[in-house]
Design a protein. Structure first.
Length: 202
């Protein structure tokens, strides 16, 4: 992958972090496909760089802060993973002004809702809290462009009803689903919410 084809601010962050010389197979193939705007599955072993591919892809697609409504949701399996993803945004997107926010179980729901409505670009959070915020009308979907599920196969239960609701609320969004392996749940999700998804395995 030629990183020079990415926005300059992202290239600067990638080069400073030393990623240009150590891109994994899933990153070399996955990042350009995310950049293309198509729905995609990233299937590769743990530690292969799926989350980094997602972060780079989201930064490239969103480019800069824009208005107040969020434009991407990243659903992670745990609070800890959500903060790890946010940390990658801070490193790789340090030369952009994109705004991220982590939401998680047992956090104060009203506070999280208030922060979202103050204006941000990317929401990162656990499935249960994302679902609670949606039910509380805490996530506006008017500007939503990207829906991401990271570590999809590690969830004990993927709340398909929640995902279907998100898809119905943001039908034009790009869907990106990452996992360590393929399973029946991923196939069901693909059939219901994704548009001719490409499966990238490494």
């Amino acid at each position: 992958m030629n990183v020079k084809k990415l926005i300059p601010e992202l290239v600067h962050g990638i080069e400073e972090a030393g990623f240009t010389k150590s891109l994994s197979g899933i990153q070399k193939t996955g990042i350009p496909f995310i950049k293309s705007g198509g729905d995609v599955f990233l299937i590769a072993p743990e530690g292969s760089g799926k989350s980094t591919s997602i972060v780079i892809g989201v930064i490239q697609q969103l480019k800069a802060a824009f208005e107040d409504a969020p434009r991407a949701i990243i659903i992670t399996s745990t609070k800890e993973k959500a903060y790890q993803v946010e940390a990658q945004f801070e490193v790789l997107g340090r030369y952009t002004d994109l705004r991220t926010f982590v939401v998680f179980d047992k956090g104060i729901l009203q506070y999280q809702k208030d922060v979202i409505f103050e204006g941000l670009d990317v929401i990162i959070g656990t499935p249960k809290r994302i679902n609670e915020l949606i039910k509380a009308n805490g996530i506006p979907f008017a500007k939503m462009k990207m829906i991401v599920i990271d570590e999809a196969d590690s969830f004990k239960v993927i709340d398909c009803a929640t995902l279907y609701g998100i898809a119905d609320s943001a039908p034009k969004s790009q869907f990106i689903i990452a996992g360590n392996g393929w399973n029946k749940n991923l196939g069901n999700i693909s059939d219901r919410i994704m548009k001719n998804p490409h499966v990238i395995k490494s």
